[in-house]
Each structure stands twice: as structure tokens, then as C-alpha cells.
Design a protein around this ligand. Structure first.
Ligand code: GDD
Ligand code: MG
Length: 360
């Protein structure tokens, strides 16, 4: 089946407001680096060759993903010295592809989780004889995305990346970050300079009369730009709301990895992951959260929709809701952190130092 390019560079792979040290594609979601789910899902759809386009050193990915054989794919890494933008990265990575000029090439943004029928998108692309096919989804607030209005046949009429004015908001249909390109279309992207596929390539193709085909598939779709959506994605994977062959265990309310210690009367729910060697003490309640390796959740602590970094510790009776605790941070007992609170890596918050009020 098709070859694929996985985009994992630039802004999209920084966990901007998150204080966990690891680059986002390697932060565990449902127990494994997030990128493992994308690779495993692509492999399950029949993709056999993946080129990872990154601006990071390959050392970030290679120790875990290696040559891809554990996933049943051939995986290669292409490292940009300077970020080439989405279009430039696709052009650069395509040098490693083996298909002919009309071969379909899948391209995935590296920071989304989707239940898309990948093979179905390729079929639809070939049936439409399109130059590029785009997976589209409908969202409530499209402003942070690429807007893609289509006609009744799915033909793309415009591509408006990050609309600036209310008049630009012509549709709630957005670019879901998964494409199928005809190989020759990629080869026509200028080489050796930064190119945005969204701002330059797609509008240029439309202006030149190319066939861009939009496939609006109503499926699970989550953009992981915000840490809270990353935590949500992990929980949804654990619960099986979206499926990934890379989840290391059966679907359920919690995934407890080897060597984790969970007190008998602690309560885990909502797709919580407890990492290798982490400890959950007596009476703690942990819902829909990620507790990374070696972290400790104290007795009678309540943790909801939060990310607890590797080796971090959270003291007795503390309440966390929508919080991110950096790797190695120490949050003392009797604190209350809610609504997007972030504790920096290795920081220490003494017992009884923060409570939350929205002053509403
Ligand atoms: N290799 C490489 N080099 N990858 C890059 C670069 C680069 O210079 N710049 C961005 N990427 C990767 C990011 O890591 C991410 O996986 C993907 O390309 C998209 O870049 P983002 O920076 O995350 O863009 P965005 O989230 O603002 O918007 C994009 O995604 C939306 C859907 O989530 C656009 O494609 C929108 O049109 C789309 O709606
Ligand atoms: Mg993004």
C-alpha cells in the first residue's frame, strides 16, 4: 500500500505550556510515546514505509522506534537543519520515497489523534483521481485551523489557514492534518527553502486548477496542541474510544504498567495511566490522568484530567484538576491546583501553599 511521511518538527511538537522535559511526540500517551500510536495505526492500514520528517536530532526517536521493524514498517528519519515548514519538510522527506510519479503518498501531521479510515482515504483519493486529497473534520471553533470549504462533490474551493477576519470564516470544515498527495505534486514543491503547505502549496495548487479533494469523515479527531487535549487523547486511547494497536494492554478504565504500585483502596478511572514504577497511595482518586514513570501520588490525593511528570511527587490531600506537573517537581501536601496550573520541572511547592479561587 501507500508510503507515508510523518511530520514531527516545528511548533507542533513542542509541548508549549507543558513543563514536561520530553518533546511531545515522545511523551507517553496510553503508556507509549504518542508517535507510536500514529505509526501503529498507519501500519495497521497497510502502510509499509514511513519517513519521519523532523528538526530534532534523530537520537530523540531512533532509540525507541529504530528501523520500524517492531511496528512492521520500514522507518527512516530525515532531519532538517533549519525547520523547512510543513511543505518544505514534505518535499525534503519525499527524496526517500520509492513510488512512481502517480503513487499515493500519505502525509500525517504528528500532533493529532484520529480514528480516520486511512486506507479508505487512499481509495477515495484514487477514485477521485485527485492531485491531493485532504481529510476534513467539522469543529465548533475553526479559527485555530485551516478552513477548507468544498462543493457538493467534495472539490476543495479554497484553503484559508488560520482565518484573520470574521469574513474569512466561511465554513466549520477544517483540515484535519492528513493528506494523500500524488507523488509528482510533492516533487513540484520548491526544494531547499521553507514552504508552508497550508499557506503556499494548497492555495497555489488551487490557483493553478489542480484537483484538491476533501473527504469529510466524521470520526474521532483530536488536535494535541494543548496539554489538556494530550491528556484527553491518552484517556480515550486507554478506554478504547479511539483504537490504537500500540496501547500496551486491554481497553479499560485504567492502564497500570509493570512495576507500578497502586494501593488497594486507591481508585483509578477515566482512562488513567500509571507509568512504570509509579506509586499511587492509599485513598487516592485518579481520574482521566497520566501519571508518568516513577511519579508518586500521595494518600487521599485527588487527581483529575492532569499530567504528572516523570519522578514528580504530589503530596497528601492535594487536589489537581486540569494541571500539569513537570518532571521531578515536588508538590507538597494540601495544595489545590486547577484550571491549567503548571508546575515547572524540578520545582518545589511547599505544603499548604496554593489554593484555588476563580473569584466568580
Ligand atoms: N519536519 C517539520 N518541519 N515538521 C513541521 C515543521 C517543520 O518545519 N513545521 C511544522 N511541522 C509539523 C508539526 O510538528 C505538526 O506535526 C504539523 O507539521 C503541523 O504543524 P503545526 O505547527 O502543529 O500546525 P498547526 O497545528 O498550527 O496547524 C496545522 O494543523 C491543523 C490540524 O491540527 C495545519 O495543518 C492546519 O491547517 C490544520 O487544521
Ligand atoms: Mg498542530
Amino acid at each position: 500500500m501507500a508510503e507515508a511521511i510523518l511530520l514531527v518538527g516545528g511548533q507542533g511538537t513542542r509541548l508549549r505550556p507543558v513543563t514536561v522535559n520530553t518533546p511531545k511526540p515522545m511523551v507517553p500517551a496510553a503508556g507509549v510515546p504518542f508517535l507510536a500510536h500514529q505509526i501503529a495505526r498507519a501500519a495497521a492500514a497497510g502502510v509499509t514505509h514511513i519517513v519521519m520528517a523532523t528538526c530534532y536530532l534523530a537520537e530523540v526517536f531512533e532509540p525507541y522506534f529504530g528501523d520500524g521493524s517492531a511496528f512492521g514498517v520500514t522507518l527512516e528519519y530525515v532531519v532538517e537543519e533549519e525547520p523547512l515548514g510543513t511543505g518544505g519538510a514534505i518535499r525534503n522527506a519525499a527524496q526517500r520515497l520509492t513510488g512512481g510519479p502517480d503513487a499515493p503518498v500519505l502525509v500525517f501531521n504528528g500532533d493529532i489523534l484520529t480514528g480516520l479510515d486511512i486506507a479508505g482515504l487512499v481509495e477515495s483519493h484514487q477514485a477521485a483521481e485527485a492531485d491531493v486529497s485532504l481529510h476534513l473534520v467539522r469543529v465548533e471553533d475553526p479559527r485555530a485551523f485551516g478552513l477548507v470549504p468544498t462543493d457538493a462533490q467534495g472539490r476543495v474551493l479554497a484553503f484559508i489557514e488560520k482565518p484573520q477576519t470574521p469574513e474569512d470564516i466561511v465554513t466549520d470544515q477544517i483540515n484535519a492534518g492528513c493528506y494523500v498527495f500524488r507523488r509528482r505534486v510533492i516533487d513540484a514543491i520548491p526544494a531547499g527553502r521553507a514552504v508552508s503547505v497550508e499557506r503556499e502549496t494548497f492555495p497555489g495548487l488551487l490557483a493553478s486548477g489542480a484537483t484538491l479533494h476533501g473527504v469529510t469523515e466524521d470520526t474521532y479527531w483530536l488536535d494535541l496542541g494543548k496539554p489538556e487535549s494530550f491528556v484527553q487523547a491518552s484517556a480515550d486511547l486507554v478506554r478504547g474510544i479511539v483504537s490504537s494497536p500500540a496501547v500496551p494492554g486491554p481497553r479499560g478504565e485504567a492502564l497500570v504498567l509493570p512495576g507500578a504500585e497502586v494501593a488497594e483502596d486507591a481508585k483509578l478511572s477515566g482512562g488513567t495511566v500509571v507509568g512504570v514504577g509509579a506509586r499511587i497511595k492509599a485513598g487516592a482518586i485518579v481520574q482521566g490522568s497520566i501519571v508518568l514513570e516513577g511519579a508518586t501520588i500521595g494518600a487521599d490525593t485527588i487527581v483529575n484530567a492532569s499530567l504528572i511528570g516523570a519522578r514528580a511527587s504530589v503530596g497528601t490531600r492535594t487536589v489537581l484538576d486540569g494541571a500539569v506537573i513537570g518532571d521531578g517537581a515536588v508538590v507538597g501536601a494540601d495544595n489545590e491546583l486547577r484550571a491549567g496550573a503548571r508546575v515547572w520541572c524540578e520545582a518545589e511547592l511547599p505544603s499548604g501553599s496554593v489554593r484555588f479561587s476563580s473569584d466568580q
